[in-house]
Design a binder for this molecule. Structure first.
Ligand code: UT7
Length: 354
């Protein structure tokens, strides 16, 4: 039986450390508030004009490729997950290919937009391609450069203090050994798409907002056709930043995380006590702690690093996975569980025999 193994993993975080105290210099917030509500102490920001989402991804990918013991030219498919792409289009997958110096054109590059669940969605896609025999070396990258698109005024503090920059990567290969991805579970529910979103630039034309009965003035009354995607009104009214109804998202997250973890465990005939390491998407330390308590997991069964990096969205799972592995907390034969919930809403889980 062919399974998908993680042949090499890597992560990269920018050098610049931004503490909670640093943020208090530009907005009305405090170290106490941020730590108490989220667990975050500091995060990393990329170097302006030098680094991009795809360049962060490339640094993580280089490590994963080296650890897999292959060369860049062996990669036959790229999957790139991000919500903060270098360009609106083309996607970051081709930019990563260029940044890595992969000149071979007999490969595909796919961009996926599943925000916090991006890495798990990507893993699931890769798993299908490997199991069907279509590809032998898939490079999966989750990377974010949030710092380039956040509202650094007090108005944006509920979102801005949470996010950080970084990248994680994995090289996925087929194996006939009794290891690798055992199952992946994917879910979505578009009902609450606007609860955690980045609306503009976009072609919505206010349509969904009318349906929701909400009144947000995007400046369409005097916008011409060509200005509907992005216009001065949006810029002037801070409508080009992410928005989130935090409490609403929190409540759903703490329900969906345990549900989707149990769904995967049940499928393979396991229980929470069989998990050697749970890597939850690093959205909020309080969410991870809640899930840990609910599933009755010991501290050594869960890995969190949001304290150092904040929420790095598509990058958070591969960064945490790689860090835990580098620290010797994940060993051969371990049952590793990945789980995520985020904008969309989309959520998912994966079980991996290491
Ligand atoms: O990764 C994607 C998925 N995302 C998540 O899972 C995030 C889930 N949600 C959360 O983690 C939490 O809702 C937050 C950490 C985002 C916010 O915590 P909260 O306890 O839900 O706070 P809140 O947004 O309800 O705001 C409470 C108060 C408000 O003041 P008033 O109205 O009570 O006077 C906010 O204005 O805290 C205020 N506030 C802040 N104060 C200081 C909001 N942000 C800040 C801030 N510093 N950064």
């Amino acid at each position: 039986m062919i399974r998908t193994k993680l042949a090499g993993i890597g992560y990269y975080v920018p050098e610049k450390v931004v503490t909670n105290h640093d943020l208090t210099k530009v907005m009305d917030t405090s170290d106490e508030w941020i730590q108490e509500r989220t667990g975050i102490k500091e995060r990393r920001y990329a170097t302006k004009h030098k680094e991009t989402t795809s360049s962060l991804g490339a640094r993580a990918a280089e490590i994963a490729i080296e650890r897999a013991g292959i060369s860049k030219e062996d990669i036959d498919f790229i999957i790139f997950a991000t919500l903060s792409p270098d360009y609106y289009f083309p996607g970051s997958g081709v930019l990563l290919q260029r940044e890595l110096g992969i000149t071979k054109t007999e490969i595909g590059a796919l961009d996926i937009r599943n925000q916090c669940s991006g890495f798990i969605y990507g893993l699931s896609i890769a798993d299908q391609f490997i199991k069907t025999g279509m590809y032998k070396n898939i490079l999966l990258v989750g990377a974010e450069m949030h710092s380039s698109g956040l509202d650094f005024s007090t108005r944006g503090r509920n979102v801005t203090v949470i996010f950080g920059d970084g990248a994680g990567a994995a090289v996925l290969q087929p194996t006939e050994e009794d290891k690798g991805v055992l199952t992946t579970k994917l879910h979505s529910d578009g009902t609450y798409a606007e609860k955690l979103a980045y609306f503009n630039p976009g072609a919505h034309g206010g349509y969904h907002f009318d349906k929701m009965g909400e009144e947000i003035d995007f400046g369409y009354s005097d916008a011409e056709f060509g200005e509907m995607f992005l216009n001065q009104h949006m810029m002037d009214n801070a409508q080009t930043y992410p928005v989130m109804e935090g409490k609403f998202v929190f409540k759903l997250a703490v329900t969906k995380f345990p549900e989707v973890i149990m769904e995967a465990l049940t499928e393979v005939g396991k229980t929470p006590s069989d998990i050697n390491m749970l890597i939850p998407h690093q959205a909020n330390l309080r969410i991870a702690q809640f899930v840990q308590r609910l599933l009755k997991l010991e501290d050594h069964q869960v890995y969190n690093n949001i304290q150092k990096y904040g929420n790095t969205t598509a990058a958070s799972i591969p960064i945490a996975l790689c860090e835990a592995w580098e620290q010797g907390k994940i060993k051969e034969g371990d049952l590793v569980c990945l789980a995520a919930f985020g904008s969309g809403f989309t959520w998912g889980s994966a079980l991996i025999r290491w």
